[in-house]
Design a binder for this molecule. Structure first.
Ligand SMILES: Nc1ncnc2c1ncn2[C@@H]1O[C@H](COP(=O)(O)OP(=O)(O)O)[C@@H](O)[C@H]1O
Ligand SMILES: [Mg+2]
Length: 435
């Protein structure tokens, strides 16, 4: 299991712990991979189309779906929602707003009162619900494992129903347990009560994926799990989703979970009313109304740091000197820019360290004698949150941004702030105008 997935937000830690010695070190290596997380993916804005082209049908389409229970409760007024193939759509909202009802209408555990439901363009509103459910994996908070069946038997549930032969089932069970990070040799023969809550939840995911459904529905799957294990499960789930690329509808009441996991987030209010449907950055940057603004929280600016990637236009370019330059030349370069420090960069562009004006004062040896190593750096695809975090952890006044081991620019508190402003402005509706 990837160590970076072990923490709720292990990405910051990873960037710091793996900080190389730029003077000698190789390319930052593993830490430079795209971090697992919402910001690591291109934001699925309205322009983003599934790989199959602009004409592709959404994997799931709810068309004015309504649910009125027999006692008269209208759990869901007319809800219309498209979920593109391969994306993770989060349904988030307060308790009782209709999330579970919406989810169960998708696999017809609850029959809509009116409206229509499409799977990849096919109207399944009246399709055989049993057959429909075999194409849809379902994971719930209580997991719902069969207590008197082994883990292997639990995972094999749907393949058995589908009449797969024993060999194929056994192979699939092993594959699924591996996929969710449970060693089949250890866990296949155990029973649910011999597992932790988090492990049971992973078995629930393995079971839901076993028959390779097109759609995965998840109803608050991690909410009964303690916060640390939950963070880990979220990280694992992102990694798994990057591999299997299912169309997922994921219900949660936790806005942080929605922002971390979702390609898109649908914010619902009472009666299943859709208040906003947007990618996490847009939701945080320009909530559609008071309800959404309240729901995402007053710290939405801070949350936004975690879903905003560093952009080249945010970077500053301080004076650059070479290790072999003379101190006099370095002093001159800093004076020319009115800078109090310079970055020391190798001939090939690799970051070597930095040199302050104070340390450069007097004498005339080479820069390499006085330069210092630079531990505060982030890979180019990092988020603003990671950059900020490294800056705090290293007690640094600035952070180097590296492409491999090559310097592409630096971030200071001022440029970080400007970057955050820019990212908010870029999602502000046109009509908001300048202030
Ligand atoms: N079987 C039912 N009969 C009547 N009302 C129900 C039934 N199930 C849910 N409700 C009501 O429908 C509304 C939405 O419920 P639900 O979809 O479970 O919300 P959520 O999952 O967002 O907490 C709530 O007011 C709930 O009390
Ligand atoms: Mg619910």
């Amino acid at each position: 299991m990837d160590a970076t997935a072990e923490h709720g937000d292990g990405r910051d830690g990873a960037a710091r712990e793996r900080a190389p010695e730029p003077a000698t070190g190789p390319a930052p290596g593993p830490a430079a991979r795209p971090a697992p997380g919402p910001a690591a993916r291109p934001a699925p804005g309205p322009a983003a189309e599934p790989a199959t082209g602009p004409a592709a049908e959404p994997a799931i389409r709810l068309d004015r779906v309504r649910k009125q229970y027999p006692d008269g409760t209208v759990a869901v007024h007319e809800l219309s929602l498209d979920v593109p193939a391969g994306e993770m759509c989060m349904l988030v909202g307060p308790s009782g707003c209709g999330k579970t009802t919406v989810l169960k209408m998708i696999n017809r555990l609850i029959e809509p009162t009116s409206g229509r439901l499409f799977l990849t363009g096919e109207d399944v509103t009246r399709a055989d619900p049993v057959k429909l459910r075999r194409r849809i994996g379902y994971v719930i908070q209580q997991v719902g494992l069969f207590p008197h069946q082994s883990i292997a038997e639990n995972v094999a549930t749907v393949p058995k129903l589908l009449g797969w032969d024993r060999r194929r089932i056994a192979a699939r069970v092993g594959e699924m347990l591996e996929l969710v990070g449970l060693d089949p040799k250890v866990y296949a023969r155990r029973y649910p009560h011999q597992l932790s809550g988090g492990q049971r939840q992973r078995v629930g995911v393995a079971r839901a994926l076993a028959a390779d459904p097109v759609v995965l529905l998840m109803d608050e799957p991690f909410s009964a799990i303690d916060p640390i294990a939950r963070g880990r499960l979220q990280g694992e789930f992102l990694r798994l989703q990057a591999e299997v690329r299912k169309t997922v509808v994921f219900v949660t009441h936790d806005i942080d979970e929605a922002i971390r996991l979702g390609d898109r987030v649908a914010v619902l209010s009472q009666g299943g009313r859709l208040e906003q449907y947007a990618d996490p950055a847009t939701l945080l940057g320009s909530p559609a109304n008071e309800f959404v603004a309240d729901f995402v929280g007053s710290d939405r600016g801070l949350k936004r740091l975690a879903v905003t990637s560093i952009s080249d236009v945010d970077l500053e370019h301080p004076p650059v000197v070479r290790p072999g330059d003379t101190l006099a030349a370095a002093r001159e370069a800093m004076a020319r820019d009115g800078a109090r420090w310079a970055v020391v960069v190798e001939e090939n562009g690799d970051l070597r360290g930095w040199l302050s004006a104070e340390r450069a004062a007097g004498g005339d040896g080479p820069v390499s004698e006085r330069g210092r190593r630079m531990a505060a750096w982030v890979p180019r695809d990092a988020t603003l949150n990671q950059a900020f975090s490294v800056m705090l952890q290293q007690e640094a006044g600035w952070v180097a941004v590296l492409d491999g081991s090559r310097l592409v620019g630096v971030l200071t508190p001022e440029s970080l702030h400007a970057a955050l402003r820019r990212s908010v402005d870029s999602t502000e509706p046109e009509t908001a105008g300048a202030v």
